[in-house]
Design a protein around this ligand. Structure first.
Ligand SMILES: [Zn+2]
Length: 123
């Protein structure tokens, strides 16, 4: 089964737990979303680009293919189209146009901090 990720978007006073860009909760998400579900609260969450990265790294066969072919493959339109199909079949809340693939590639090797304390300011 596909992993579900919190997903936060937009300008606000919380930040992506991985890359620190400003985000906001935009849920409630679709219960049927098997990946990239919008967050309903300001818990530690991920921006769409980091959530995509987390998903890709969580699926062993996909992660292996990217490792074998190089992360630059994610910039290919045919690969992005395949991912769009995965999003559709998994009822993802995120819109494919929201994904900044350049950012996904550039931050590919950045770590995911578990239990990150950096989250809201002033909520
Ligand atoms: Zn992020």
């Amino acid at each position: 089964m596909l992993a579900t990720q919190l997903l936060l978007f937009g300008e606000s006073n919380i930040f992506c737990a991985r890359c620190d860009i400003p985000c906001r909760a935009s849920g409630p998400g679709t219960l049927a979303a098997q990946l990239l579900r919008r967050a309903t609260s300001n818990e530690d969450g991920l921006c769409v680009n980091c959530a995509v990265t987390a998903f890709l790294k969580s699926v062993e066969t996909i992660a292996y293919g990217i490792k074998k072919n190089g992360v630059g493959m994610l910039l290919r339109p045919d690969v992005q189209k395949m991912f769009t199909e995965v999003m559709v079949s998994g009822n993802a809340d995120a819109n494919p146009e929201e994904i900044d693939w350049e950012r996904v590639v550039n931050l590919w090797n950045s770590p995911f901090l578990k239990g990150s304390k950096k989250r809201m300011v002033g909520i």
